[in-house]
Design a protein around this ligand. Structure first.
Ligand SMILES: Cc1cc2nc3c(=O)[nH]c(=O)nc-3n(C[C@H](O)[C@H](O)[C@H](O)COP(=O)(O)O)c2cc1C
Length: 210
């Protein structure tokens, strides 16, 4: 069972999202010891810039045109990253909310790997998924709480809706989510309780995920 474990916090062992996805995987190993984990921390990967060469490679790959040396270099690295998605039987993704959205390094990974004819198809009219991954778990951590009829309503949340959409679009059939609000606020005890509840939630997902 190959698991692509995407980490999007740069905070290492201080990170709540990494702590929670690690807790999920250690609980999982108790029921399924043969988990082959591929850790992709977007901050440690030295991802190529999504610059003119990357965009040139993207367009030329679609049109099967010859690439420059710089385009070929970035394209080979892009294919390597895409291969990690293609090998995965499951995806486990942890991510903090940053300014109501996702950390920019995770967006860089998405921009690099979201390549037509590799992760999805597009015929000018409609999109189709190219991966065939039964399940993903996404752990969303945030400092605040996003509730209906509050001063910070769910419309502020541009983190979970985008990632849920993107995973389905590339071919993840079922996206399980654990949302941990209040993970970092003025009340340390409240944050600790929220993260502890998040740990129980991820552990409850183990049964039935594999
Ligand atoms: C740059 C930055 C921006 C943040 N923006 C938000 C935000 O818009 N809304 C929110 O609720 N929390 C925000 N937070 C708080 C984090 O989402 C929260 O602390 C999260 O648990 C951090 O996850 P981590 O411990 O895995 O790094 C922000 C934190 C950072 C570092």
């Amino acid at each position: 069972m190959n698991v692509l474990h995407i980490q999007s916090s740069p905070r290492g062992d201080k990170s709540n999202s990494i702590g929670l996805t690690n807790a999920f995987l250690s609980a999982s190993r108790k029921v399924l010891p043969a988990i082959d984990e591929d850790v992709l921390n977007v901050w440690d990967e030295n991802l190529p810039e999504f610059d003119a060469a990357s965009i040139g490679a993207k367009y030329k790959a679609i049109k099967h045109q010859p690439m420059s040396d710089a385009e070929s270099r970035t394209w080979n690295r892009i294919l390597e990253l895409i291969g990690r998605f293609q090998r995965a039987n499951r995806i486990v993704l942890g991510l903090p909310m940053w300014n109501f959205s996702i950390p920019y390094k995770l967006k860089q990974l998405i921009d690099l790997t979201a390549q037509r004819n590799y992760l999805f198809t597009y015929d000018g009219k409609e999109y189709g998924p190219l991966l065939d991954i039964p399940k993903a778990l996404v752990v969303y951590t945030r400092g605040s709480t996003y509730r209906e009829n509050s001063k910070i309503p769910p419309s502020f949340d541009h983190q979970a809706p985008y990632i849920d959409f993107w995973l389905h679009m590339i071919g993840v059939h079922e996206v399980r989510t654990v949302v941990v609000d209040n993970a970092w606020n003025q009340d340390d005890a409240e944050s600790a309780a929220s993260v502890a509840a998040g740990k129980q939630s991820v552990e409850r997902i183990v049964d039935g995920f594999w």
